[in-house]
Every structure is written in structure tokens, then in C-alpha cells.
Design a protein around this ligand. Structure first.
Ligand code: HEC
Ligand code: HEC
Length: 224
């Protein structure tokens, strides 16, 4: 019976995204760190939100077709997995592309989810859609260069031209801090929405530390 519940909910849904107000409040950051803990996940967020709305597809004991296409690395019955993709999860929930079918959470359930996502972000920084304040003004390009090198510069390097750029626009070279500064807002939007790095849709979920390194660097104005 327990497993039928998500299906029933899927069947009588009527999609309608969360209110503007709620999305807006969502960027306020974490107000109570207790809402980002594994205990809060187990007692509140998993049973009230993830089980009815997400675990039908995103659950660690589901395999193959039973996942309905949900990526293997993202499971909402697993605290570490759920907290590995907080920003992406909020983006997908807020734009109402997740869950893909069926009922959407109520306002109260959205609020519960949002609190968790804000507070469970690794080391509790809010890396939401917008760049934040600079957290460490001693950062330099050298601190983040390995991430760009490993994740981006196979396409975005000043040493590449023509077809070797795989379509990356000329001048969009992430081995040059000045070019990064010129694209900072767009860059974060692309990373945050999983459009970039191109061909690595699991980047945010698998590499939250790399994503946060880019976020911190951009938030500090992409210094040399
Ligand atoms: C009916 C199955 C189903 C349900 C229910 C569902 N998802 Fe998904 N989810 C998918 C599929 C399929 C994909 C991959 C395609 C895509 O990204 O749209 C996906 C992808 C995602 C991604 C993007 C992962 C990435 O790395 O790009 C996120 C985040 C996500 N889901 C969150 C959720 C959340 C949160 C819920 C519940 C509120 C949920 N999903 C409910 C099927 C589902
Ligand atoms: C496999 C090649 C590839 C990789 C890897 C890649 N990109 Fe891109 N990038 C592209 C392509 C192609 C475009 C042009 C896409 C378009 O405009 O629709 C692009 C465009 C961009 C743009 C817009 C530039 C502009 O001036 O319009 C940004 C910002 C960006 N990428 C950031 C990144 C970041 C950050 C990474 C690494 C975390 C990354 N990309 C990894 C291929 C790549």
C-alpha cells in the first residue's frame, strides 16, 4: 500500500509552480541549521516531501526501468545524495520540471523542502541562483584554476581554435580571469542550471565542491 501512494498522487495531480513569493524567500539562506541535518531529513523532509513526490523514481533500491529515467546518482531516500544537489534540486522544483508528472507539493511542503535545501547545502552556504557576497577575499585564480582546467578548458582554452573548441565561443576562455569576469553572471547561471559544463549533467550532483569553488570565485569578482 505504501508504494501505491506515490502512484496515486501522480495520477490526480495538477501542476502549478510554487508562488513567486516563496521562490523569492528561498534565496534568503539558512535560518536554522537544524533544518539541514540528517535527523531532520529522516523525520520530516523525506517522509513529507521526498517520499510522496520524488522517491517513486529517485530511490536507491530502484533500478533500471523502475527509475523511470531518474539518474542513478540522485536518490531522495539518501541524505548525502539529496544534499549533494541542493541548488539544482531547488531550480528543478521551482521551475516545476520536477516532479515531471503529477501533483506538486503544497505551499507548506515547498517551504519544508526549501528550508532543507538552503540548510543542507555543503558547509551551509546558500548557493542559489544568484551570486552572493565574497566569502574569502584572499581567493585568486590559482585557487580555482584546477577546476576550470579539469571541467571546462577542453573546450574553453585560449590555446584552442576552430573545431578544437567544440563550439565554445571565441574569447570564452576560462584560462583567462578577465574573460571569466566578463561572463561571471552567465557562467553561474549555466553551471547552476546544468547547461555547463557541456556534456557533464551530473557535475553539480557529483562535484558540489567544484561547483562551490566556482561559485566562491565568481562571488569574489573572479580576481587574477
Ligand atoms: C516520475 C519519475 C520522477 C519523479 C517522481 C521525480 N523525478 Fe526527478 N528526474 C526524473 C528523470 C527522468 C530525470 C532525468 C531527466 C531530467 O533531468 O529531466 C530527473 C532528473 C532530476 C534532477 C536533475 C538531475 C541532474 O543531475 O540533472 C533533479 C534535481 C530531480 N530530478 C529532482 C527531483 C525531485 C526533487 C523530485 C521530487 C520533488 C523528483 N525529481 C521527482 C524522474 C523523476
Ligand atoms: C564539451 C565542451 C564544453 C565544456 C567542457 C564546457 N563548455 Fe561551456 N560552452 C560550450 C559551448 C559549445 C558553448 C556555446 C553554447 C551556446 O552558446 O549555446 C559554451 C558556452 C559557455 C558559456 C557562454 C559563453 C558566452 O560568452 O556566450 C559559458 C559561461 C560557459 N560555456 C561556461 C562553462 C564552464 C564554467 C564550464 C566548466 C565548468 C564549461 N563551460 C565547460 C562548450 C563547453
Amino acid at each position: 500500500m505504501r508504494h501505491l501512494l506515490p502512484l496515486l498522487i501522480l495520477l490526480w495531480g495538477c501542476p502549478e509552480g510554487p508562488s513567486e513569493e516563496l521562490q523569492f524567500e528561498g534565496r534568503a539562506g539558512c535560518e536554522d541549521e537544524a533544518h539541514g541535518t540528517e535527523a531532520y531529513f529522516d523525520e520530516t523532509v523525506a517522509p513529507e516531501v521526498f517520499e510522496p513526490y520524488c522517491q517513486y523514481c529517485h530511490r536507491s533500491d530502484r533500478e533500471g526501468p523502475d527509475r523511470h529515467g531518474a539518474p542513478d546518482y540522485l536518490n531522495f531516500d539518501d541524505f548525502d545524495s539529496a544534499r549533494s544537489a541542493t541548488a539544482l534540486t531547488w531550480a528543478r522544483v521551482a521551475e516545476a520540471t520536477m516532479p515531471p508528472v503529477g501533483a506538486l507539493p503544497s505551499e507548506a511542503e515547498y517551504a519544508t523542502l526549501l528550508e532543507f535545501l538552503e540548510c543542507a547545502t555543503p558547509d551551509n552556504r546558500s548557493y542559489a541562483e544568484e551570486l552572493g557576497a565574497c566569502a574569502d577575499d584572499s581567493l585568486t585564480y590559482a585557487d580555482v584554476a584546477p577546476v576550470f582546467e579539469a571541467r571546462c578548458n577542453a573546450c574553453h582554452s585560449s590555446s584552442l581554435s576552430g573545431g578544437d573548441r567544440n563550439g565554445a565561443p571565441d574569447g570564452a576562455n576560462w584560462d583567462e580571469p578577465a574573460a571569466i569576469r566578463g561572463s561571471a553572471e552567465l557562467m553561474w547561471t549555466y553551471v547552476f542550471t546544468s547547461f555547463m559544463p557541456l556534456g557533464q549533467p551530473d557535475f553539480l550532483a557529483d562535484s558540489p565542491d567544484d561547483a562551490l569553488a566556482i561559485y566562491d570565485y565568481l562571488s569574489c569578482g573572479a580576481p587574477d
